[in-house]
Write a protein of this length. Structure first.
Length: 81
């Protein structure tokens, strides 16, 4: 697989019959299912020690800058919130 996780999740499309059926049995709503299928955002450069995992607040948007992808979009940051 030579694609990023974001590309792979987009390529899945909106049709996930087996997964959707499983989560619907667990009473997930359509909105919750959309969250299941969406790739999250992660501040790879910020997480540089085990102590960082103890932090529980969302980082400011500028902390999501990575050397690989640059800045995240405002839409991605809103999704993280």
């Amino acid at each position: 697989m030579n694609s990023s996780l974001a590309t792979l999740t987009k390529n899945l499309g909106d049709d996930h019959p087996i997964t959707s059926q499983y989560f619907k049995k667990l009473s997930y709503t359509e909105e919750q299912l959309a969250l299941v299928y969406h790739k999250g955002v992660y501040s790879y450069n910020y997480i540089n020690s085990h102590d960082r995992f103890q932090e529980i607040e969302l980082l400011p948007i500028y902390e999501f800058h990575t050397t690989l992808k640059g800045k995240i979009t405002q839409a991605d940051y809103q999704y993280a919130q």
